[in-house]
Design a protein around this ligand. Structure first.
Ligand code: GLU
Length: 349
């Protein structure tokens, strides 16, 4: 009996030591298909953001063997509902947990529609080099071959991998690791929807085995010009999509509604329709920052290509897509209205 007690105490001690040795990973849940459920395994209609963080965690018991897991519910929404308020709350919490808290890494579960925007926002404002991993799913939790559980297992493995330190925010989906600045959703329904069209993925994660092949080199996290501690609100920046036989109505509406910046998602190398070009020029004359971008989906929008940017006072987005250019312009406008300084920010972030 006496020996039995000693044995129990010894085993408890060992498991306490083992749990101290394990890294601590916080899973911050925001919603999306990974937290979605439908009425049947083959039912393609479902509702995002119905499964709580505790259920998400209990669906993948394997993660408890590799890390001390703590879950927090930040929101439970489809990511098409994502807004500045949730972004600021999420960024502050991530910062707090990594800088002053006991988190060794963070995993954020998120809808796939706007995951790339949240990833880039966090990549620019969080002040830590510890791993921050975003993950989602293309198939809801009730679906046959739901991809959420393995994606979550892989995400936790990436979050505890030493090589994830200093990479900024990464997106883990479908066995691939993508850098926040580069990744974009490219297919409405496929599990292989996330791609980095300009640079390719930076790594892979296969049943938890992490391999990196590249480092993101643009400024992020510790080296970024932005800090969530100094950001209380974000200015209005609109995206205006171009097409043949276009008109200036949307630009004029943006200007009337006091947009501080406009991302012009132009044709080809960022070319707007002539009447749109003139309306954008009116915006510049009224102090609005206009960033020329392209609707093509990859490649750089080059300065002074077919459009004389110097004459119109426009800047270009480098090779960011419109939704990422919008994130960066909003943040840039929290610091300055100087076009040349903002151009520099686009060259470096
Ligand atoms: N529209 C939903 C969202 O982005 C579902 C898409 C998904 O998560 O895959 O949250």
């Amino acid at each position: 009996m006496k020996f039995g007690l000693k044995k129990v105490v010894f085993v408890m001690l060992l498991s306490a030591i083992a749990s101290f040795a394990k890294p601590t990973v916080y899973i911050l849940a925001t919603g999306g298909t990974i937290a979605g459920s439908g009425s049947g395994a083959l039912d393609s209609s479902y509702t995002s953001g119905t499964v709580t963080v505790d259920k998400l965690i209990s669906a993948v018991p394997e993660i408890n063997k590799i890390a001390t897991i703590k879950g927090e519910q930040i929101s439970n929404i489809g990511s098409q509902e994502m807004n500045n308020e949730v972004w600021l709350k999420l960024a502050s919490r991530v910062n707090e947990l990594l800088v002053n808290g006991n988190a060794d890494g963070i995993v954020i579960t998120h809808g796939t529609d706007t995951m790339e925007e949240t990833a880039y926002f966090l990549n620019l404002v969080v002040k830590s080099d510890k791993p921050i991993v975003m993950v989602g799913a293309m198939r809801n939790s009730s679906s046959l071959s739901a991809d959420g559980p393995l994606n979550l297992f892989n995400a936790v493995n990436v979050a505890i991998d030493k090589n994830s330190i200093g990479k900024g925010v990464v997106v883990v989906m479908n066995d691939e690791i993508h850098a926040a600045r580069e990744v974009t959703k490219t297919n409405t329904t496929s599990v292989s929807t996330f791609k980095s069209p300009n640079s390719g993925k930076i790594g892979t994660v296969f049943y938890g085995k992490v391999k990196y092949y590249m480092n993101p080199i643009r400024k992020h996290t510790l080296n970024s010009d932005f800090d969530i501690a100094n950001i209380k609100e974000l200015p209005r920046v609109d995206i205006i999509y171009s097409h043949t036989n276009d008109n200036a109505d949307f630009v004029n509406t943006a200007l009337k509604n006091n947009a501080k910046g406009i991302i012009s998602s132009g044709m080809g190398n960022g070319n707007p329709y002539p009447s749109v070009l003139n309306a954008l020029f009116d915006g510049v004359k009224n102090g609005v920052i206009v960033v020329r971008d392209s609707r093509v989906g990859s490649g750089e929008t080059t300065l002074n290509g077919e459009v004389d940017d110097d004459k119109y006072g426009f800047i270009t987005s480098d090779n960011l897509n419109a939704q990422k250019a919008r994130v960066l312009l909003m943040l840039a406008l929290t610091k300055t209205n100087d076009k040349d300084k903002i151009a520099k920010i686009f060259e470096t972030h």
